[in-house]
Design a protein around this ligand. Structure first.
Ligand code: ADP
Length: 428
C-alpha cells in the first residue's frame, strides 16, 4: 500500500470466462470499478466506470464472459484470478429454467402448466448455496421475470435477520453491495439460528410461508410463471436432511440443485425417485467459495443486525422509544412442560409442547435481546402471523416499569405482540 491513507491502485485484466476473487480487508472498505469490457458480480452486471465501494470482510467474485479490466485499490485481504469456474454449468441451469418459465407463461389459465420452476438449492455450509440462488434470481430478473426468493436459512438471513425464514419477489438484479432490498419481505420469526431448538416450530413456519406464497401465486400469473428459488440451511445430516425433504415437499419443488456433495445428491435422488416431476441435479461447488468459521459467522450475524437498524453505511437513523411494561406483550414459542408432572399419569414424562405460546415476564434478562414485532391483532393469531420488523431492547427500568427500545423508525409499533427467541445484539 502507498504511504498516507489512500492505498495504491492497480488494474487487473480478466480473460473471458475467468473471475477475480476478492476478500475485502477486515478493517477497510474496497473501491473498485469496471474500466473496460463487461463483468458481473454474482449475476448482476457491473455498471461501466462507476466506482463501487465494498464493505470490510465482504467476499465476492467478479466474473466476465467476454473479458474485462478492473481498476481497484490494492488493499484487499486477498485477491486472485481464477480461470476454472462452474459458471457455464450454472448458466446452463438458468437457460433450462428460462425455458420452463416461458412455457409456464404461455400456459396461463392451466393450473398446473402455468406454474414456473420451483428451484431449491441444497448442500453443506459454505458450498455456495446463497451465491447460486442469487445468480439464478439476478439472471432471471435481468430477463424481466419477477421470481420469488425464499430463504429458509435461519443461520444467515440474506433477506432479513438471522433466525427468520422469509420470502420476497426479486424485481431487479440484486445489488452487489446492498444485497436484497428490505422493502416488504414476508417474514416468519423462528428466533434461533439452529433448527434443533424447536424443529416442529421450524416445520410449522415453513408450511405457513409456503401456504401464503401458494395463495399469492394463485392470483398472480406473472409471479407464478417466474417461479421461486429457495435457499436452504447447510445442515444436511439427520434432522437437517429431514427438514430438507420437508421443504422440498412443502414447497413442491420441481428442481433440486445439489451443490458439492455426491452423497446428499444420491440420497435425494433415491428419496425423490417416486416423484416424476422433480429433477435432482448435481452441480459443482465453485473453488471460490470461502469457508467461514463459526466466529466469522457470529460476526456476520451481528453485522446483519447492525445493518437492519443503522443501514449498510450508517445511512439509517433508528429511533429510541420508551414503553410501559403494560403496553407490550412478549411471548416465546415452545418449551416448558405442557402440564405439571403431578398432573401426569405415574411414570409419564412431562413433554414440552413445541407450539405453546409462553408469556415472558419483563425483567433485566431481556436486555440486548432482539424481538420480533408480530402482525397479529389477537393473541391467538401470533403463531400463524408473519412479522413487521424488529426492536432491540436497550434498557429496562424495573422500578418505573419502563422499557427502552430501538426501532428502525419512530411511531407506534404495529402490534403490542412481541416474539422472543435467542437473538441478541451488542452494539460494537
Ligand atoms: P452457503 O450459502 O452455501 O453457506 P455462500 O454462497 O454464502 O455459501 O458462500 C460462502 C462465501 O463465499 C460467501 O461470503 C460468498 O460471497 C463467497 N463466495 C461464493 N462464491 C465465491 C467466488 N466464486 N469467489 C469468491 N467468493 C465467493
Amino acid at each position: 500500500a502507498a504511504a498516507g491513507n489512500s492505498p495504491a491502485m492497480k488494474q487487473v485484466k480478466l480473460d473471458k470466462e475467468s473471475e477475480l476473487r476478492i476478500e475485502v480487508n477486515v478493517n477497510s472498505s474496497l473501491r473498485l470499478r469496471l474500466l473496460s469490457g463487461t463483468a458481473e458480480i454474482f449475476g448482476t452486471e457491473m455498471p461501466p466506470e462507476n466506482w463501487l465501494i465494498f464493505p470490510p470482510r465482504m467476499k465476492f467474485a467478479i466474473f466476465t464472459w467476454y473479458g474485462a479490466t478492473i481498476e481497484m485499490q490494492d488493499n484487499t485481504e486477498t485477491d486472485y484470478v481464477a480461470d476454472e469456474t462452474p459458471m457455464i454449468s450454472y448458466v446452463n441451469v438458468h437457460a433450462v429454467l428460462e425455458g420452463r418459465r416461458k412455457r409456464a407463461k404461455a400456459s396461463a389459465g392451466d393450473a398446473d402448466a402455468s406454474q414456473g420452476p420451483r428451484v431449491i438449492v441444497v448442500g453443506p455450509t459454505d458450498s455456495g448455496k446463497s451465491t447460486l440462488s442469487r445468480m439464478l434470481l439476478s439472471w432471471a430478473a435481468k430477463q424481466g421475470w419477477k421470481p420469488t426468493f425464499v430463504d429458509l436459512d435461519i443461520g444467515q438471513g440474506s433477506i432479513t435477520l438471522p433466525g427468520c425464514i422469509a420470502a420476497t419477489p426479486i424485481e431487479m438484479p440484486i445489488d452487489p453491495v446492498e444485497g436484497i432490498p428490505l422493502e416488504m419481505p414476508l417474514v416468519y420469526f423462528f428466533g434461533h439460528n439452529t433448527p434443533t431448538v424447536n424443529a416442529d416450530l421450524y416445520r410449522v413456519l415453513v408450511k405457513e410461508l409456503a401456504q401464503i406464497l401458494e395463495r399469492q401465486f394463485s392470483v398472480n400469473a406473472e409471479s407464478r410463471a417466474a417461479g421461486m428459488v429457495i435457499n436452504t440451511m447447510g445442515f444436511i445430516d439427520g434432522l437437517g436432511y429431514d427438514l430438507l425433504l420437508h421443504a422440498i415437499d412443502t414447497f413442491q419443488a420441481t428442481v433440486v440443485l445439489v451443490l458439492g456433495q455426491d452423497k446428499l445428491c444420491s440420497m435425494l435422488k433415491d428419496a425423490l425417485k417416486q416423484k416424476q416431476n422433480v429433477d435432482v441435479v448435481k452441480l459443482q461447488k465453485s473453488g471460490g467459495v470461502v469457508s467461514r468459521n463459526s466466529k466469522f459467522r457470529a460476526i456476520a450475524r451481528n453485522q446483519r443486525i447492525r445493518e437492519y437498524f443503522y443501514g449498510l453505511s450508517n445511512d439509517l437513523s433508528p429511533h429510541s422509544s420508551i414503553a410501559n411494561f403494560s403496553d407490550l406483550a412478549i411471548y416465546r414459542i415452545g418449551g416448558g412442560p405442557q402440564a405439571p408432572a403431578s398432573a401426569l399419569p405415574i411414570g409419564a414424562q412431562p413433554v414440552a409442547d413445541p407450539m405453546r405460546l409462553v408469556p415472558v415476564n419483563i425483567n433485566r434478562d431481556l436486555l440486548n435481546l432482539v424481538l420480533a414485532v408480530s402482525f397479529a391483532k389477537e393473541q391467538d393469531q401470533i403463531l400463524s402471523s408473519n412479522i413487521a420488523g424488529f426492536i432491540w431492547i436497550t434498557d429496562i427500568d424495573i422500578p418505573r416499569k419502563k422499557i427502552t427500545y430501538l426501532a428502525p423508525s419512530a411511531g407506534e409499533l404495529p402490534s403490542k405482540f412481541l416474539l422472543m427467541g435467542s437473538l441478541t445484539w451488542i452494539e460494537t
